[in-house]
Design a protein around this ligand. Structure first.
Ligand code: NAG
Ligand code: NAG
Length: 511
């Protein structure tokens, strides 16, 4: 009886930290601003076959339509209602996407905007993606929410805005950049939010990213998460809880820290990309050799609470945290090394970014075009993602997740899942290597001279195909071949001028 109780308790406590991905699938990808019809197709033709565990989608609920500037990506972070109706698609298309992705074992994670509605200056009318009437001035939203449901009375700053991030009350009770802040201690508001999320759960989603979690009280989030249904048993085991990961930007030194949110779910570890970018860019004397104790050894949150990423939709364009050290597709060579390192390393649950290109205009240290929305047709609708003959994407969709090096490292992570961090080597500088037990091994050369070294890989003897310079196709390797000797050592040569100065081998790419 006691044992049973204990097991039940452990089950309840650990549930929302489990991404619910299918066994052997260890990463998700953020298909930022993609349409539901394109995501459904991508699940079937690419993500399922290549071992991706899931997709973080852009917010699916009705948002304000902003025309000045014209249709910025951030309009989707300004909800008008919880109807499933956005530039990404309508409810029927959403349901079809969830069903088709789930059916190929790729699960959907919703970016949930529950802290606030649109900006206080959003006006009144039907300029919303479903055409619903709202009035920001009178706090009238078709959820319905009224003036009673917002924090206007509770915020103690003169402007009603967050003025001081050193004051936790302001951060949580005042408006974030003008966004109308919901009174989440109200049972009614909690009920409406839970109703929205439960509708998504019943349709079949596997979990949620909680946007702006730092701006909500952890107790309110706990109360809402306790009201969530179990996942849909058509695809998930009975009793499975929705995965929760919370956007809390904590680079240290603020009134609110990530660990306040561990009771609700996982938390985004923003130190990860900021620090890794600094190391790979070799700023301030940072070296890859210092990555030997990467993870908790760097002051990051506990491994089983961390959601990690090299860049996200905010900090790839200078929003949010991390600053200029963040690696993105704009620095492709370094970016591939950064994502490769993340996917090879055991720390955290990993999310890969998939972006669109925009015309940057960096002046005064800021990208003046950081607002630009996804590729659109002349009527403002989002363009579909065309797939080229070489499997890359067209029309300014970057599709980092389809880059061979990144896709193959997503597979690498699946292959080495559960294996220990092992056989670390470094040259005291920016040449480093490590393995994952006897399943995989990776070597980086981020220095200005060649790597020419024999290392203990831990892998069974044989000939392996490097999945960075190429990949195993049937019995052929389209890239470098690496021979592991009977004593498990292998010789690695990596030019510092190679297109991709790193090599990765794993047991599923053995020839
Ligand atoms: C870039 O931004 C600056 C500052 O806003 C502006 O003066 C300039 O015209 C912009 N350039 C382009 C090419 O858009
Ligand atoms: C490691 O590589 C760096 C850069 O190429 C070089 O300066 C350094 O001497 C190497 N260190 C060792 C111990 O070989």
């Amino acid at each position: 009886m006691k044992l049973l109780l204990l097991l039940v308790t452990i089950g309840l406590c650990s549930a929302q930290y489990n991404p619910n991905t299918q066994s052997g699938r260890t990463s998700i990808v953020h298909l930022f601003e993609w349409k539901w019809v394109d995501i459904a197709a991508e699940c079937e033709r690419y993500l399922g076959p290549n071992g991706f565990g899931g997709v973080q989608i852009s917010p699916p609920n009705e948002n304000i339509v902003v025309t000045n500037p014209y249709r910025p990506w951030w309009e989707r972070y300004q909800p008008i209602s919880y109807k499933l109706c956005t530039r990404s698609g309508n409810e029927q298309q959403f349901r079809d996407m969830v069903t088709r992705c789930n059916n190929v074992g790729v699960y959907i994670y919703v970016d949930a905007i529950i802290n606030h509605m649109c900006g206080s200056g959003g006006g009144a009318g039907t300029h919303s993606t479903c055409g619903s009437y709202f009035n920001a001035g009178s706090r009238d939203f078709p959820v319905p929410y009224s003036g009673l449901d917002f924090n206007d009375g509770k915020c103690r700053t003169g402007s009603g805005e967050i003025e001081n991030y050193g004051d936790a009350n302001q951060v949580r009770n005042c408006r974030l950049v003008g966004l109308l802040d919901l009174a989440m201690e109200k049972d009614y508001v909690r009920g409406k939010i839970a109703e929205y999320m439960n509708n998504l759960i019943n349709i079949g989603v596997a979990g949620f990213r909680l946007d702006a979690a730092k701006h909500m009280w952890p107790g309110d989030l706990k109360a809402i998460s306790d009201r969530l249904n179990n996942l849909n048993t058509k695809w998930f085991p009975a009793g499975a809880r929705p995965f929760i990961f919370q956007e809390v930007i904590d680079l240290g030194g603020e009134a609110i820290s990530a660990n306040e949110y561990f009771g609700v779910g996982r938390v985004t570890e923003f130190k990860y990309g900021a620090k890794l970018g600094g190391v790979i860019r070799k700023w301030n004397g940072e070296k890859m050799a210092y990555l030997r104790n990467w993870g908790e050894g760097w002051g990051f949150m506990p491994n089983d609470r961390a959601l990690v990423f090299v860049d996200n939709h905010d900090n790839q364009r200078g929003h949010g945290a991390g600053g200029a050290s963040i690696l993105t597709f704009w620095d492709a060579r370094l970016y591939k090394m950064g994502v490769g390192f993340m996917l090879a390393h055991p720390y955290g649950f990993t999310r890969v970014m998939s972006s669109y290109r925009w015309s940057r205009n960096i002046s005064n240290g800021k990208d003046q075009n950081d607002w630009i929305g996804p590729p659109t047709n002349s009527d403002g609708s989002i363009k579909s993602v065309p797939i080229n003959a070489d499997a890359t994407c067209g029309d300014n969709w970057v599709c980092e997740h389809r880059w061979r090096q990144i896709k193959n490292m997503v597979i690498f992570r699946n292959v080495v899942n559960g294996q220990p961090f092992s056989n670390w080597w470094d040259n005291g500088s920016n040449q480093v290597a490590f393995g994952r037990g006897n399943k995989g091994f990776i070597v980086f050369n981020n220095d200005d001279r060649n790597v020419d070294v024999t290392l203990n890989t831990g892998l069974p003897p044989g000939t392996y195909c490097d999945v960075i310079s190429g990949q195993k196709e049937d019995t052929i390797c389209s890239g470098k071949e690496i021979t592991v000797n009977n004593d498990r050592t292998a010789h690695f040569q990596i030019s510092n001028t190679a297109e991709d100065p790193f090599v990765a081998i794993h047991v599923n790419a053995k020839l």
